[in-house]
Ligand binder design. Structure first.
Ligand code: NAD
Length: 482
């Protein structure tokens, strides 16, 4: 039977905590699982275990570590159906999306497992010798993850850290910790040494704060909100430690008048509504040429209003929001949009057939004021703002006009314009005639300015989870650096 608890997992075994937190099924609003309420003492124990295990893990070498990562990818694949159902209920997403999350998580472990022993360094010729560069692990790395893609974001951050020879301590979001402990158990089963992959579930202000302020952590990776990101940055400054911050966004699509509106409308829909808009790089605003503005709104309205909404385990198009807090946040932004006088094209209410749980209709606002709050602040839910533009210069200025720079897209058939605009959109990832969520484990990803710094995904993450070390060698009588 499926285990619906997320205990503390340290040194290859689970332990019960001093207290538990109820995990709520967002489709019903009722408790369905229990999550450990980890404490500062549990973080101390995890740091001790990880510090003891890390040197031998590093010494194992990249090829052997890579083999274990690939075994974990296989184990995730073998347990895909069960893990996806846990994730669908816990995070409130349709099963087909949860299956995609588990497959992408496995793809991360496989990618870094295969890549790490090909991640070579340089030899630099010098007069009378040479320099050698080497990538060394930070040591013990801390990872704090959000609730929107629990298993996938775990893999995105933990897989490259483990591949490079770090021992990890993960603090998953308190709303969705089940799949994290599940994955750590699988790691032990496939042969990861004890103490290399530790999980301490708990509240952000307790276990999270203890992890982010711990002097025994050598690097911290945080994925979550800008507000908590700032706290993590302060805590890291106090202990002089590098960090990676993956924060939020208000990512735009810029749509020109030469597109095939009917063809791109379903893609624009998915660019927001995958995971119900609870995606850091969700396309939450569209800037569209005034010439096709009306046509695009009609096509999007048709796309949004045909979607079936149901509890995640019923596996329809859209499920619930993750929590009561998130439901209230998104509903309050819909009210802000109404109060700002922006027109609702479709949605804006709780679906009539769902009277419990945290469900909202996907909503489109036709935005006349590009300075409005709904067009500038991160809502993190199924709310799209669509605004028209007069010309290319205005489109780029408005697209670059929020404090966030995570992702952006340009849609046009004109190849010169596509590259010209892509070149001027300020974002960590830019898409041309597409929008990418989750997939593409090999594509470096991260923000600029308020969207954070550092890069996850791709080979770039192997550099992120290691420090560059240079050794200089003098060779008496040597020639040309040899
Ligand atoms: P959040 O910042 O509230 O929580 C994220 C994590 O931080 C959770 O594990 C939480 O327990 C922990 N936390 C909370 N307070 C803490 C504290 N004082 N000290 C240490 N840890 C603490 O974010 P959320 O609501 O879970 O996620 C939504 C946000 O995450 C959005 O802004 C979204 O854009 C962002 N996000 C970004 C990316 C990305 O890759 N850039 C990916 C997913 C989500």
């Amino acid at each position: 039977m499926t285990d619906l608890t997320a205990p503390i997992y340290i040194n290859g075994s689970q332990r019960d905590p001093g207290g538990w937190i109820d995990s709520i099924d967002p489709a019903t609003g009722k408790a369905f699982a229990k999550v450990a309420r980890g404490t500062a003492a549990d973080i101390d124990a995890a740091v001790a275990a990880a510090s003891a295990a890390q040197p031998a893990w590093d010494a194992l070498g990249p090829a052997r570590r890579g083999e274990l990562l690939q075994k974990l990818a296989d184990a995730l694949g073998a347990n895909e159906a069960e893990l996806a159902r846990i994730e669908a209920q816990d995070a409130g997403k349709p099963v087909f999306e949860a299956v995609d999350d588990v497959q992408t998580a496995a793809a991360y472990f496989r990618f870094y497992g295969e890549a790490v022993d090909k991640f070579y360094n340089d030899k630099i010729p010098l007069e009378g010798g040479f320099g050698l560069t080497d990538r060394i692990p930070h040591g013990v790395t801390g990872h704090i993850t959000p609730w929107n893609y629990p298993v996938m974001l775990l893999a995105r951050t933990v897989a490259p850290a483990l591949a490079m020879g770090n021992a990890v301590i993960l603090k998953p979001a308190e709303e969705t910790s089940l799949s994290s402990v599940y994955t750590a158990r699988l790691a032990t089963q496939v042969g990861f040494p004890d103490g290399v992959f530790n999980v301490v579930p708990g509240l952000g202000e307790e276990a999270g704060a203890a992890l982010s302020g711990h002097p025994g952590i050598d690097h911290i990776s945080f994925t979550g909100s800008r507000e908590v990101g700032k706290l993590i940055m302060h805590a890291s400054a106090d202990v002089m430690r590098p960090l990676t911050l993956e924060l939020g966004g208000k990512s735009p699509s810029v749509v020109f008048d030469d597109v095939d509106v009917e063809l791109i409308a379903p893609k624009l829909r998915t660019a927001l509504l995958w995971n119900n808009g609870q995606t850091c790089n969700a396309q939450s605003r569209i800037l569209v040429s005034k010439k096709v503005h009306g046509h695009l709104l009609e096509a999007l309205e048709a796309e949004f209003s045909k979607l079936e909404i149901a509890p995640g385990l019923e596996d329809k198009d859209l499920a619930s929001l993750v929590s009561k807090q998130q439901y209230e946040r998104v509903a309050s932004y819909i009210e802000i949009g109404r109060a700002e006088g922006q027109r609702i094209v479709t949605g804006g209410r709780r679906p009539k057939h769902l009277d419990q749980g945290y469900f909202l209709e996907p909503t489109i606002f036709d935005v006349t004021d590009p300075g409005s709050r709904i067009a500038n602040e991160e809502i993190f839910g199924p709310v799209l703002s669509v605004a028209r533009f007069e010309d290319e210069e205005q489109a780029i200025r408005v697209a670059n006009g929020t404090p966030f720079d995570l992702a952006a897209a340009v849609w046009t058939q004109d190849i010169d314009r596509a590259f010209r605009v892509a070149g001027q959109l300020r974002a960590g990832q830019v898409y041309v005639n597409n929008w990418s969520i989750g997939t593409g484990v090999n594509l470096p990803f991260g923000g600029i300015r308020n969207s954070g710094f550092g890069r996850e995904k791709g080979i770039a993450a192997l550099a992120e989870y290691s420090a560059l070390k240079t050794t200089v060698v003098r060779v008496t009588g040597g020639v040309g650096g040899r």
